[in-house]
Design a protein around this ligand. Structure first.
Ligand code: DAH
Length: 363
């Protein structure tokens, strides 16, 4: 304990005649005991103000006052040096090592061992969903977290200045695209459609269907509440081949929902508008818990889950796919909501809260 600053503090403890200096000394020493940057005390405005006072004093008092300030400064310097010695006296550690592997486990620092961690519930659900789609012959391509207006709007048949763009209000970056428009945090996973279509159109020419799902994190300028997050997750699906119909779309989604909820569900659609599909639908399933009787999960028996439709010919054309030969369907699911329904989670904000009590229920 020889190097303890507290011992030095007592050792060098000075008393000051001038009340102002005595008070300043107490304050500065208290600050020094708390700061991580001991040297900063010497630049303290309080110390500077004492020095600044010297020329304003009666010439008779100046000498004594100046001397006491110098004594205070010297005391502080000694205390600072003591702090530095203390730091040097600490044992050297390898900051890159999580802990010394040669010590017994009870002597290791209390880090959370990986065996006590777990896969985040959302990612567990995503794995379950992807498994279902893999079994149906889909492949997965992850979406991006920074994208541009070309992929979010232009290639998805949103004309420049079209009001539908306002439904996808998101965050922008300072960096710009080649047309001088700000880069964006994508508001939906549909931003990946154009890339997937271009990359996979050779498959179509080889006579294979294009079947891809795109999981990803998406962003929106939202008023936050139990059902809305500014950052959430979608699972996009794209299927293109010859002679694809709305019937294929509905059958695929019904099969998926039934597999995910492990319960035969009924489906219901109503017309909707998306620029990138024609026709477009909102898609709902019968509540897997109450069989349409109405309950606290669904309200009135049906749960609306996603948007979908047949891919608009302009979207196919933008990627160089001939809409006279090929047709396809696409959908976008907010899969946090699917998991919330499955586990009766009443607030979407739990997922990104880092709340261990919540997370541990899914271990
Ligand atoms: N991107 C839409 C949204 O976030 C959802 C969607 C609707 C995706 C229809 C699709 C689609 O691929 O065909 O609201």
């Amino acid at each position: 304990m020889k190097n303890s600053p507290y011992l030095y503090y007592n050792w060098y403890k000075m008393s000051y005649q001038n009340k102002k200096i005595a008070e300043a000394a107490e304050k500065l020493k208290a600050e020094l005991s708390k700061t991580d940057e001991p040297q900063s005390i010497l630049r303290s405005p309080l110390l500077k103000s004492l020095y600044a006072e010297i020329p304003t004093l009666d010439p008779k008092e100046r000498g004594a006052f100046g001397k006491e300030i110098n004594t205070l400064k010297a005391e502080l310097e000694k205390l600072i040096a003591a702090r530095d010695d203390e730091a040097e006296a600490l044992p050297l550690i390898d900051v890159t090592a999580p802990f010394d592997v040669n010590v017994t486990s009870d002597a290791q620092p209390g880090l959370l061992p990986t065996k006590d961690g777990s896969v985040h519930p959302l990612m567990q659900e995503l794995d379950t969903m992807l498994e279902i789609f893999y079994r149906m012959g889909f492949e997965a391509v992850e979406s991006r977290q920074i994208d541009d207006e070309h992929h979010m709007f232009d290639t998805l048949n949103f004309p420049e200045g079209h009001p539908a763009r306002d439904d996808f209000d998101t965050f922008t970056l300072h960096e710009k695209d080649s047309k001088g428009r700000p880069l964006i945090a994508p508001a939906h996973t549909s931003t990946m459609q154009h890339r997937v279509l271009k990359a996979r159109k050779a498959d179509l020419e080889d006579g294979k269907p294009l079947a891809v799902v795109v999981p990803g994190r998406v962003y929106r300028n939202e008023d936050l509440d139990a059902r809305h997050e500014h950052t959430f997750y979608q699972l996009e699906g794209i299927y293109i081949s010859k002679g694809v119909t709305v019937g294929n779309l509905m059958a695929t989604l019904k099969e998926f929902m039934t597999a995910y909820y492990q319960k035969e569900v009924e489906i219901k659609t109503q017309p909707f508008y998306f620029p990138f599909t024609e026709p477009s639908f909102e898609f709902a399933i019968s509540c897997p818990f109450c069989d349409k009787a109405g309950c606290n999960v669904c309200g009135e028996g049906w749960i609306e889950l996603l948007g979908c439709g047949l891919i608009h010919p302009n979207v196919l054309k933008a990627a160089g796919i001939d809409p006279e030969i090929y047709t396809g369907f696409a959908w976008g699911i907010g899969f946090m909501r699917m998991a919330m329904i499955k586990y009766d989670i009443n607030d979407i904000r739990y997922f990104q809260s880092g709340n261990l009590a919540f997370l541990r229920q899914f271990k």
